[in-house]
Design a protein around this ligand. Structure first.
Ligand SMILES: NC(=O)c1ccc[n+]([C@@H]2O[C@H](COP(=O)([O-])OP(=O)(O)OC[C@H]3O[C@@H](n4cnc5c(N)ncnc54)[C@H](O)[C@@H]3O)[C@@H](O)[C@H]2O)c1
Length: 388
């Protein structure tokens, strides 16, 4: 191993240690798996983003026996240190060309169980190794995009696929608290603004918008919500937020954040009414909620005034600053606490345990309440040993 790879593996090791020190949910699960060995004798393929959080998960899963094969879900989220750290622990890791080759190398290991992010590995199994698919015990899908791909398949699935994206915990903890906390942390860090006293318009009042509004208020911001759905506007009202229309909110806001899941909700045409100096931020996954190209096209001057901070002077209009190029800012800047993801991984581990030992019908199965309740109990214990 090169010196550089060795250094990065050590860095990943240290990162995993730090993550576990303050929220030891995964090591506690690891203790249980070391005792019960739920996947003894089985082969498990994990197609995941290879970050230090994933390394923390794989390290504990391994204690439950079995053989783990890992592939990187995307080159953009594959960290060299994580790959080296896993390889040092004797785990086979596929990245780059081997991974892109239809996941053939991963499937050559004949996995009994699969954990997937984006349903690419499961799709490869179903399309290219239908015989092997019949012998597969089950799979887990983590993401909304993966579930969308799963539901596009026309033929019945030969094994159960546990959908852990649509459980109760992800919406309530990761979408609401995870994004709410992380996004404002990123805004403060990139701009140096103290958030207290700033006026913000939150576009969209789903779980993500609700978290953004709540954390903005906690930071001392004055919050308005723009939401077309009257039911959600009523929720915003009872949560204590006024909900004007977009033009009115823009006439006051110093910061606008989008969380709608819809493209082009904020384009240059809307900004005619905006205050000069307004800061635009997106939290939605698409990265296209703010129509940055329309702003760029109408700009008479563009200044890159910091990392991920671009200021546009619009012709006959306001000055507008876009953070993170309109991509989801918490993700682009890797901001926020790792706890929501670790909790999600705890659900994943417990779902894998159930899949290895339990009896689920073939097809999509929403993660059962009992698994989430157990993950929540582990989380409470990791947060405060006296809480359970
Ligand atoms: N950044 C992250 O880490 C992260 C994490 C989870 C989800 N997301 C993404 O955040 C987005 C929102 O997620 P959610 O679960 O709250 O979605 P949701 O669909 O429950 O809520 C979106 C809300 O936006 C409203 N809306 C639609 N068009 C609008 C418009 N033009 N102006 C104002 N409001 C409008 C809808 O009525 C709805 O209430 C999605 O794209 C989701 O994928 C991001």
């Amino acid at each position: 191993m090169s010196k550089d790879a060795e250094d990065r593996a050590l860095e990943a090791e240290r990162e995993v240690g730090r993550i576990n020190a303050f929220f030891p949910i995964l090591p506690r699960l690891g203790n249980r798996w070391a005792a019960s060995r739920p996947w003894e004798g089985k082969t498990i393929a994990l197609n995941l983003h290879l970050t230090s959080l994933t390394a923390a998960l794989v390290r504990e899963l391994q204690l439950g026996g079995g053989t783990f094969i890992v592939s990187g879900a995307s080159p953009a989220t594959t960290h060299v240190g994580t790959v080296e750290m896993l390889r040092n622990e004797g785990i086979e890791v596929y990245t780059g060309r081997e991974r892109d080759d239809g996941f053939a190398s991963v499937l050559d290991h004949k996995p009994d169980l699969i954990v997937d992010v984006g349903f690419q590995l499961v799709n490869a199994l179903l399309d290219r190794r239908p015989e092997r698919a019949k012998a597969t015990l089950g799979a887990i899908e983590i993401t909304r995009s993966g579930i969308t791909r799963l539901r596009k398949r026309t033929e019945p699935l030969p094994f159960p696929v546990l959908n852990i994206n649509d459980g109760r915990l992800k919406n309530a903890v990761e979408n609401r608290h995870g994004v709410g906390e992380a996004l404002w942390q990123a805004v403060a860090r990139l701009t140096g603004m103290h958030l207290s006293g700033r006026r913000v318009a939150v576009l969209g009042y789903g779980p993500v918008g609700k978290g953004l509004a709540m954390y903005a208020r906690a930071a001392g911001m004055s919050v308005e919500v723009v939401e077309p759905d009257p039911v959600r506007r009523l929720f915003a009202h009872y949560d204590g937020f006024v909900s004007p229309d977009l033009d009115e909110a823009l006439s006051r806001a110093g910061v606008v954040v989008t969380a709608t899941g819809r493209p082009g909700v904020l384009s240059v045409d809307h900004l005619a009414k905006a205050r000069s100096g307004v800061v635009l931020v997106n939290a939605g996954h698409g990265g296209n909620e703010i129509d940055v190209s329309s702003i760029q096209a109408a700009a008479e001057r563009v200044d890159h005034i910091g990392e991920q901070v671009v200021r546009y002077r619009l012709e006959n209009g306001p000055r507008v600053t876009v953070l993170g190029g309109g991509h989801p800012l918490n993700i682009v800047t890797n901001a926020g606490s790792p706890e929501p993801v670790l909790l999600h991984f705890a659900v994943l581990g417990l779902a894998l345990e159930s899949l290895a030992t339990g009896d689920f019908p073939a097809g999509e199965v929403i993660v059962p309440d009992a698994i989430e309740a157990e993950a929540a109990a582990f989380a409470l214990h990791a947060l405060n040993p006296t809480a359970t």
